[in-house]
Design a protein around this ligand. Structure first.
Ligand code: NAD
Length: 372
């Protein structure tokens, strides 16, 4: 196994249970990759059609190790995070004689890091993998923390592993080509991390007005501080509860309802990005938090303002509510068929595992529909 690069600048590395999360720029990027995976013929890279076109050329220009025969390219989108993609990757690795000494580099957004992490952590009982997240969602959240997975039968993340990559290489320069709505989608998880776990970070970012006309300034804020703080928040909570038995569940704020909304339209023309669904989920769950956990009204109104200014409204109708609730019943956090949610006691303080009667969920969803 190659030795990891020397830590020449401590500020640029966050460590999570021995998994280094490196921040880098275009100039140093290739060096980071070769330091972690080594130049052998046994390495493979997983991309989707977009990251193959927009991100792979930079990887190849700095690290010539990946010729065509070692690139696995999937279609793009959440619909690909499934069993048949997993089979495809395993078969590819088998046919190309990948061994226990191989490394799979996952170059893409959260779909690719979740799928590739699962494939690598199960192939031959686990080979090394490195995440190079290319979307904001991937950098700030999905590539951090060692959860991998696929959706089954349309239900999110029903099979997966807890497995840390050998390293995560964060190169914010990749955000340049990300479509605006995908950048916005990533912001939802950043707001969530702040709301669930860091009151002062929430106070810093809650007034942000995210408009495409300010794209360059927003990317520079992300590069200079916001991505790093989001990663720190996640790494800290994951380090204390890697297997998601307690405090880590705070990161699910907004997701019980968000995941159900995401699935409602998946595969249709109205499919929405993960983050938009989480934003809508946070609005509903903040409303429920006010009733169930005493989230102060002023803080609820700040959350409503921030989310409604920055995210488009997620479309569903009153008649969809029962379908949404039946999707929520599949949530992994539920116990004894009772729905449990991570709710807010205050901005920055989340309580995991709160039992939530279905009548309250109906109220939360109806209140979302009534808002302009
Ligand atoms: N494992 C975790 O802890 C965790 C946490 C949060 C989210 N997730 C998962 O992450 C997924 C969502 O992640 P996502 O929003 O990144 O989705 P995604 O991977 O589908 O990427 C969104 C789109 O952006 C494109 N893209 C990615 N990087 C690009 C770039 N640099 N330039 C241009 N286009 C680019 C992709 O091709 C895709 O079309 C969901 O499956 C979600 O469940 C996992």
């Amino acid at each position: 196994m190659p030795s990891p690069p020397k830590n020449t600048d401590n500020n640029k590395i966050i460590s999570l249970h021995g998994c280094p999360i490196h921040f880098t720029d275009e100039k140093h990027f290739g060096r980071q990759i070769s330091a972690f995976i080594g130049e052998t013929e046994k390495n493979f890279i997983l991309t989707d059609v977009n990251t193959a076109k927009l991100c792979l050329p930079l990887v190849r220009s700095q690290f010539p190790g990946f010729d065509e025969s070692r690139v696995i390219t999937m279609e793009a989108g959440e619909g690909e995070k499934n069993m048949s993609s997993l089979h495809h990757i395993w078969n590819f690795l088998l046919q190309h004689r990948a061994g226990r000494d191989s490394c799979l580099v996952n170059l893409g957004g959260g779909m690719i890091t979740d799928l590739g992490g699962f494939a690598a952590s199960t192939y031959k009982r686990g080979i090394r993998f490195v995440h190079i997240p290319t979307s904001l969602m991937g950098m700030a959240d999905a590539a951090i923390g060692g959860k991998t997975g696929i959706n089954i039968g349309g239900i999110k993340n029903q099979a997966g592993t807890f497995a840390l990559p050998q390293a995560v290489i964060v190169m914010p320069g990749f955000l340049k080509t990300l479509l605006w709505h995908e950048l916005l989608s990533g912001f939802a998880e950043i707001f969530k991390a702040a709301l669930a776990l860091d009151h002062s970070f929430w106070n810093k970012i809650k007034e942000l007005s995210l408009s495409e006309t300010k794209r360059a300034a927003i990317i520079s804020l992300l590069e200079n501080s916001i991505i790093r703080r989001s990663i720190e928040i996640k790494a800290e909570v994951v380090a204390s509860d890697f297997r998601d038995q307690g405090k880590r569940q705070c990161l699910n704020f907004g997701h019980s309802i968000g995941h159900a909304l995401e699935l409602l339209e998946q595969g249709t023309a109205k499919e929405i990005p993960h983050g938009y669904a989480v934003a809508a989920g946070m609005l509903c769950e903040a409303f429920i938090s006010n009733l169930r956990c005493g989230l102060p009204a002023k803080q609820l109104s700040d959350i409503e303002k921030c989310i409604s200014i920055n995210f488009p409204k997620t479309h569903f109708e009153e008649k969809d509510i029962e379908g949404i609730i039946s999707l929520i019943r599949h949530d992994k956090k539920n116990v004894n068929d009772k729905v449990r949610m991570s709710l807010l006691k205050a901005a920055g303080t989340c309580v995991p595992g709160v039992e939530c009667p279905e009548a309250l969920i109906r109220k939360g969803l109806s209140s979302y529909l009534k808002k302009a």
